[in-house]
Design a protein around this ligand. Structure first.
Ligand code: ATP
Ligand code: MG
Length: 419
C-alpha cells in the first residue's frame, strides 16, 4: 500500500525547514522589539466565530472552510485565519482588563479549501500579529514599519506596501451606493459570483480575480473619495507617519481585502517575484470586531504573513544557512568507537553538534559523510590514538591538521579556527 499526503498540503523537512525556522526566529525577534508577545489559540473553533467575523458572503466562508460536526454534533471549523481566534480569546479571557495596548503574535497552520496551485495550499502557515486598544494611526504606521524591518532582516527586497482605507459604518454606505450605481448598467458581463455579490456585498466585487470582472470594474469609484472626516484624517495621518518612518507605500484605492471585519486601514505587502499569488502579507484595522464578539469597544489592527510565499522567495536567494556539525568523530575499531562515543556525548552536553561514524563504515566512508555534512572539524581516532591519548584533527575548510590530547578537546573547540 502506498500512502500519500492529501491534496494541497505539504511536508516541510530539511533542508527547507532551516529557512522556515529562520523566518520564525526573525519574526519573533522583530515583533518582540515592538512589544508583541505570543498567543497560542487552538486550531479548531466553533464555526460561528468565523462566519460572524469574516462574513457570510466572503470567499473564505462561502467556499473555503474546513467545517465538520464532531461526535456531539457541534459545528467546528479548522481555522482559516488567525485573527478571529485571537479576538475570541481576547474577549473570553478578559484580556481587555490588562493595561492597553495589548499586542500579540501568533504562528501556525491555517486551513482553506482552495484550488491548490503555486503559492496556494489547503494547509498553509501564517505568522501574524494583532494589537488591541489603540485608535490612533500611529500604531498602523508602527505595524507597517515592523513588517518593513522583518522583510529587511530576511534580506527580501523589491517589496511594495500597498495601503488603503475602506472607511467605517458611517461612510461606507455612501460608497456602497456609488458602487451599486456604477455596476448597475454592466452587471451582465460579471461572473455569477459577482452578480450575487452585487446584492449581498458589492465591495467583494473589487476583490474578484476573474479577468472579465477586473476589466469591467475599471473606472469604478474609489473608496478614498467617500471617507468621512474622521476616516480621512486617520488615513492622512497614517500616510504622514509612514513618510516619517520611510515606509515605501503606495495607495491602492481598489484594495478592499477578502474579509468583512476590516474598517479604515487595509494593507498588503506584495512582491513582484511571486507571479499571480504575489501578496506575502496582508492586514488591516478591525475597530468593531472586539465589540462584535461581546467585548468592550476596542480598536484593533493586525496582519498575517504567508509563510510559504516568504520561504519560496528566500529559496531563490543563494546564501542559505544550513546548520552543520562542529565536529565529526571518525573512529576505527571497537575501542576507538567507544572513546568517540564518549567524547561526542560530552560535547553534546555542552550544546555542540557532534556526529560519530558507525561500525562497518570504512574511514573513507566516514570522511565522506563528514564532508557531506560540512562538519567544521573531523577527529580521527584509531588504536594508535587510544594508546597515545591523542586525537588527530582536521579543519575541513582549509585542510590544516594536527593532534591534541583527549583532555584538550573542549578548550581546542572553544577557540575559533584561524582559517
Ligand atoms: P489571496 O488574495 O492571495 O487569496 P487572502 O486575502 O485570501 O489572499 P489573507 O487571508 O489576507 O489572504 O492571508 C494573508 C496571507 O496569507 C496572504 O497574503 C498569503 O501570503 C497567505 N495565504 C492566504 N491564503 C493562502 C493559501 N491558500 N496558501 C498559502 N498562503 C496563503
Ligand atoms: Mg484567498
Amino acid at each position: 500500500m502506498k500512502y500519500t499526503a492529501l491534496k494541497g498540503v505539504h511536508d516541510i523537512f530539511p533542508p527547507d525547514i532551516h529557512i522556515w525556522q529562520k523566518v520564525e526566529s526573525v519574526a519573533k525577534d522583530v515583533f518582540t522589539a515592538y512589544g508583541f508577545q505570543e498567543l497560542r489559540a487552538p486550531v479548531i473553533e466553533s464555526t460561528d466565530i468565523f462566519i460572524r467575523s469574516i462574513g457570510e458572503t466572503t470567499d473564505i466562508v462561502e467556499k473555503e472552510m474546513y467545517t465538520f460536526t464532531d461526535k456531539a454534533g457541534r459545528h467546528i471549523t479548522l481555522r482559516p485565519e488567525g485573527t478571529a481566534p485571537v479576538v475570541r480569546c481576547f474577549v473570553e479571557q478578559h484580556l481587555y482588563n490588562l493595561p492597553s495596548p495589548q499586542k500579540f503574535l501568533y504562528s501556525g497552520p491555517m486551513f482553506r479549501y482552495e484550488r491548490p496551485q503555486a503559492g496556494r495550499f489547503r494547509q498553509f502557515y501564517q505568522i501574524g500579529a494583532e494589537a488591541f486598544g489603540v485608535a490612533e494611526p500611529k500604531i498602523d504606521a508602527e505595524i507597517l514599519s515592523m513588517l518593513k524591518l522583518f522583510f529587511e532582516r530576511l534580506g527580501l527586497k523589491e517589496l511594495n506596501f500597498e495601503i488603503n482605507s475602506i472607511g467605517c459604518p458611517k461612510c461606507r454606505p455612501d460608497y456602497r451606493k456609488a458602487l451599486l450605481d456604477f455596476f448597475s448598467d454592466r452587471l451582465e458581463g460579471f461572473c455569477p459570483d459577482c452578480r450575487r455579490r452585487y446584492d449581498q456585498n458589492p465591495l467583494r466585487i473589487l476583490d474578484c480575480k476573474v479577468a472579465e470582472c477586473i476589466k469591467l470594474r475599471e473606472g469604478s469609484p474609489h473608496v478614498t473619495n467617500f471617507l468621512c472626516t474622521e476616516c480621512r484624517e486617520h488615513f492622512e495621518a497614517l500616510q504622514s507617519y509612514a513618510e516619517l518612518l520611510a515606509i515605501p507605500y503606495a495607495i491602492n484605492p481598489e484594495m478592499v481585502r477578502g474579509l468583512d471585519y476590516y474598517t479604515r486601514t487595509t494593507f498588503e505587502v506584495t512582491c513582484k517575484h511571486l507571479g499571480s499569488q504575489n501578496a506575502v502579507a496582508a492586514g488591516g484595522r478591525y475597530d468593531l470586531l472586539v465589540e462584535d464578539f461581546g467585548g468592550p469597544p476596542t480598536p484593533a489592527i493586525g496582519f498575517a504573513i504567508g509563510m510559504e510565499r516568504i520561504t519560496s522567495l528566500l529559496k531563490l536567494s543563494a546564501d542559505q544557512d544550513i546548520p552543520s556539525p562542529k565536529v565529526f568523530i571518525a573512529a576505527l575499531g571497537e575501542s576507538a568507537g567507544r572513546e568517540g562515543l564518549v567524547i561526542a556525548v560530552r560535547l553534546r552536553l555542552k550544546g555542540l553538534w557532534a556526529e560519530i561514524g558507525y561500525a562497518g563504515n570504512s574511514l573513507k566512508s566516514q570522511l565522506r559523510r563528514a564532508d557531506r555534512l560540512s562538519a567544521q572539524y573531523v577527529f580521527i581516532i584509531g588504536d594508535d590514538e587510544i594508546r597515545s591519548g591523542k586525537v588527530k584533527w582536521k579543519l575541513l575548510s582549509d585542510g590544516s591538521q594536527g593532534e591534541i590530547g583527549f583532555n584538550e578537546i573542549d578548550t581546542f573547540l572553544a577557540v575559533p579556527p584561524k582559517a
